[in-house]
Design a protein around this ligand. Structure first.
Ligand code: NIG
Ligand code: FE
Length: 416
């Protein structure tokens, strides 16, 4: 299969974008903007240079090229902070099995689940994985995503994890989007290590992670801490290996049961704890103390027809930032719409619309350590923003199955 050809160069977004309406709580202005007032975003050399009321545009920017803002609503580029976008095959058969009554855990214990995708991913070449992931990424990007996390975890050997992480890097270059790649070597026990979990974790810590980090392929390290995956002690061993390499950690925590993984992750300064349906009060307190983001994944909750909702009210009361992500993967969340996830976060988890929108922008950026460059429209940042033909921000979480034809500025280029 030939490698995909790079897309044609995109037009530069430098100039004045006006008039636009700035979505509440999603920008930092250089001059005060009244609610609904016509505003302007200035882009210079790929960065946002000024944000404020159109009427207050400084004279030295006024000569720049003009871009029609059409009075559309401006939000920061969306951030999908938890995905497993690179994999081989699909698992529609498991969807049918679950509808017939099998649980995710039962399917995993019977040799399906993550390990089924490991088989398909190992069988695919790097170029084949790239070709399969590319349309999925394009789907997310067309909805305004400007930064995305992509995890490994379907290779489970040094060479196979490298293949996945290399595809993640190539996707970022090919599509002109910020990609953070997360090493999830401790996602499941590979079949060749059956009954030898400790030996596999030793391999992850002593060989796989150091080698991949040295190749510049790892931005963060994640573990699936669960009854069907890795124990608290094994998780801690991986976190210690990450710390030795100066890499931030995250955790698939308390998805199917309470393992007290979130508190452990927070003690290791985790960027985020993700899923968190079974999160305890102690976990919330530890996350609050560490500034760890709770990443809510309503797509997986919905697919697994889970009934245990994350403790939203307690997280809210504690002031733990809540992000919302797609968790795109072929098993528990085969969805490619971050706006749908915002909708589900409201309908299934009772987030308010402003919380859901902060969840796919500001807090998602923080879950990736990108809070200084993404998730907010503000001077000095790379130009990543979206203009939406909608009256109010709530519409972004309200429509379903209809993608507003938005205008996207990504990495200083007009992407749509
Ligand atoms: O985030 N929970 C573990 N990992 C993924 C599912 C991966 C899979 O089933 O392939 C998740 O839901
Ligand atoms: Fe996940």
């Amino acid at each position: 299969m030939p490698a995909p050809t790079p897309p044609a160069p995109l037009r530069c977004a430098d100039g004045c974008w006006q008039p636009v309406r700035l979505a509440p709580d999603m920008y930092h202005a250089d001059a005060p903007v009244r609610a609904g007032e016509a505003a302007c975003i200035v882009v210079d050399q790929g960065r946002i240079a000024w944000v404020g009321p159109q009427a207050a545009l400084p004279a030295h920017h006024a000569h720049l090229q003009q871009h029609a803002g059409q009075d559309w609503l401006a939000t920061p580029g969306l951030v999908d902070c938890h995905t497993h976008l690179v994999y081989g095959g699909q698992r529609a058969d498991e969807f049918a099995l679950r509808l017939a009554g099998a649980s995710y855990e039962e399917i995993a214990r019977a040799g399906g689940g993550i390990v089924a995708t490991v088989r398909a991913t190992r069988a695919a070449s790097e170029d084949e994985l790239l070709a399969q992931a590319l349309p999925r990424l394009r789907q997310l990007l067309a909805e305004g995503v400007c930064a995305i996390e992509i995890k490994s975890g379907y290779g489970l050997s040094l060479a196979q994890e490298r293949k996945q992480l290399r595809v993640a890097r190539r996707l970022g270059e090919l599509c002109g989007v910020t990609v953070r790649s997360t090493f999830l070597g401790a996602h499941a026990l590979p079949p060749e290590y059956a009954g030898r979990s400790q030996a596999y974790i030793d391999l992850v810590c002593a060989q796989m992670l150091p080698a991949l980090a040295a190749e510049g392929l790892v931005d963060a390290v994640d573990v699936f801490c669960e009854r069907i995956a890795f124990s608290l002690a094994e998780t801690e061993q991986v976190f210690c290996a990450a710390r030795r390499l100066g890499l931030p950690v995250k955790l698939h925590a308390e998805q199917l049961s309470n393992m007290e993984g979130a508190a452990l992750a927070a003690r290791h300064g985790a960027l985020s704890c993700d899923h968190v349906e079974h999160l305890s009060a102690a976990g919330i307190a530890a996350m609050r103390a560490a500034g760890t983001v709770a990443v809510l994944l309503p797509g997986a909750f919905y697919t697994l027809r889970d009934t245990q909702r994350p403790p939203i009210e307690a997280l809210r009361a504690a002031g733990v930032p809540m992000a919302v992500a797609s968790d795109h993967n072929p098993g528990t969340s085969p969805y490619l719409s971050l706006l749908l996830m915002a909708n589900m976060a409201c309908t299934l988890f009772a987030l308010t619309v402003p919380e859901a929108l902060a969840g796919i922008t500001r807090h998602a950026a923080r879950a990736l350590g990108l809070q200084d460059s993404h998730g907010l429209i503000a001077a000095g940042r790379p130009a990543n923003f979206v203009l939406w033909p909608v009256q109010q921000a709530a519409e972004l979480a309200y429509w379903l199955g209809h993608r507003p034809a938005c205008r996207i500025v990504r990495q200083g280029r007009i992407a749509a």
